[in-house]
Design a protein around this ligand. Structure first.
Ligand code: SF4
Ligand code: SF4
Length: 134
């Protein structure tokens, strides 16, 4: 387990949000165009967020003792591992739910477009029939 965690330099963050989707534990929080932050308790120091930041404002710093596996008792280390596994599962569930919602929305839009095309065809046929059989 890593003994360092990510830290965002507040003054340099441009709020682009590129770091949030790569984090396996959803440890980065922030709204678009606003400062982002790392929840230290949820960061596992995987470093995935570091290379995606366009302004290079994420660095790795030592974890505080209460999160540092090297400083924890065996029981505390187990509890921390279990907590991290829960975070990773929760993220997977969230991504799956978002994917289903997107697919549902896509199906609804496709259906609406299909109906619209059908209506247009119907209107055009009616217009032509009226033109040919006044
Ligand atoms: S180091 Fe890994 S766990 Fe920590 S904030 Fe970056 S991506 Fe998330
Ligand atoms: S990638 Fe860098 S600049 Fe963009 S939100 Fe994350 S920390 Fe801020």
């Amino acid at each position: 387990m890593a003994v360092r965690r990510a830290l965002i330099q507040e003054a340099d963050c441009i709020g682009c949000g590129k770091c949030t989707p790569v984090c396996p534990t959803d440890a980065i929080v922030g709204a678009p165009k606003f400062l982002h932050n790392v929840l230290e308790a949820d960061c596992i120091g995987c470093e995935r967020c570091v290379p995606v930041c366009p302004v290079d404002c994420i660095s790795l710093v030592p974890m505080q003792d209460q999160f540092n596996p090297a400083k924890l008792t065996q029981d505390a280390r187990k509890a921390r591992s279990s907590y991290v596994r829960t975070l990773i599962s929760a993220r997977k569930i969230r991504l799956e739910r978002e994917r289903s919602e997107e697919e549902r929305e896509f199906r609804l839009i496709k259906k609406a477009l299909h109906e619209e095309v059908k209506d247009q065809r119907f209107a055009r046929r009616a217009f032509l029939e009226k033109l040919l059989n006044p």
